[in-house]
Design a binder for this molecule. Sequence first.
Ligand code: GUN
Length: 290
Amino acid sequence: MEVMTEVMAKAINGKEVALRVRGELKAECERLKDEKALTPGLAVVLVGEDHASRVYVRNKTRACEEVGISSFQHILSGEVKQEKLLELVSGLNARDDVHGILVQLPLPGHINAGSVLEAISPEKDVDGFHPFNVGRLVSGSPLFEPCTPRGIMELLDSAAIEISGKDAVVVGRSNIVGKPMAFMLLHRHATVTICHSRTTDLPAKVNSADIVVAAVGRAEFIKGEWIREGAVVVDVGMNRTPEGRLVGDVEFEGASKRASYITTVPGGVGPMTVAMLLKNTVEAAKRSCA
Ligand code: GUN
């Protein structure tokens, strides 16, 4: 008879790591102000009424103020014409006090998101979504790395998790998380599998992984029993159950009994995304006067 020893995974505390990063950035902003009379600036553009987007934008703006980054919010009606939005971006590209530009996604259906992202100057593209920055990331010489996967790499490093030679499974293939995540793990010498909605036998693929990154956007889609014993589990999901509970993409209860390390929802990846946005903005400001 197989005897399972129940070991609780160590939680990777994203809130704590994010606080440390924000403290470092605050000190850096004070230094830039004193030595170079430079205050990093981030413009955040929100189009429409999407509730989750409003909350994200508010959090990003507050976090900026806390570390000493100037934030410029531009909230536009959901009916705004694409040309108006492109004009706004072009104006922000030209401003010396704006070092980073973020257009919150998703955009309303009548707007071509690709054209808007391409209009952002690559040197101010702190999200790393411009095709120039995507190309730089894929070819292994990134300028800006997308915030969520960058935050995940920092979390793995903060827990001293070995990446080189490990089998990593990324579930989800979005441009925001899944695809950049896969390349960042690959550059650190993991063997990477990207899984998605048409992947066959997902449980077996997840079970083969030393590192699982779940970014599908479906509540508790990844079952605890799929996780290999000792695996590292990173949960990018933020989902509300019909009962109003906030849960990730992974069934935490079961997964935490098999994993060696696991991130929580909330308090895992989320705070790191914001911290990396601030970090990218400070780096953009420093490059602007280098
Ligand atoms: N929507 C969800 N995540 C993100 C993000 O990281 N950046 C932007 N701009 N929009 C998002």
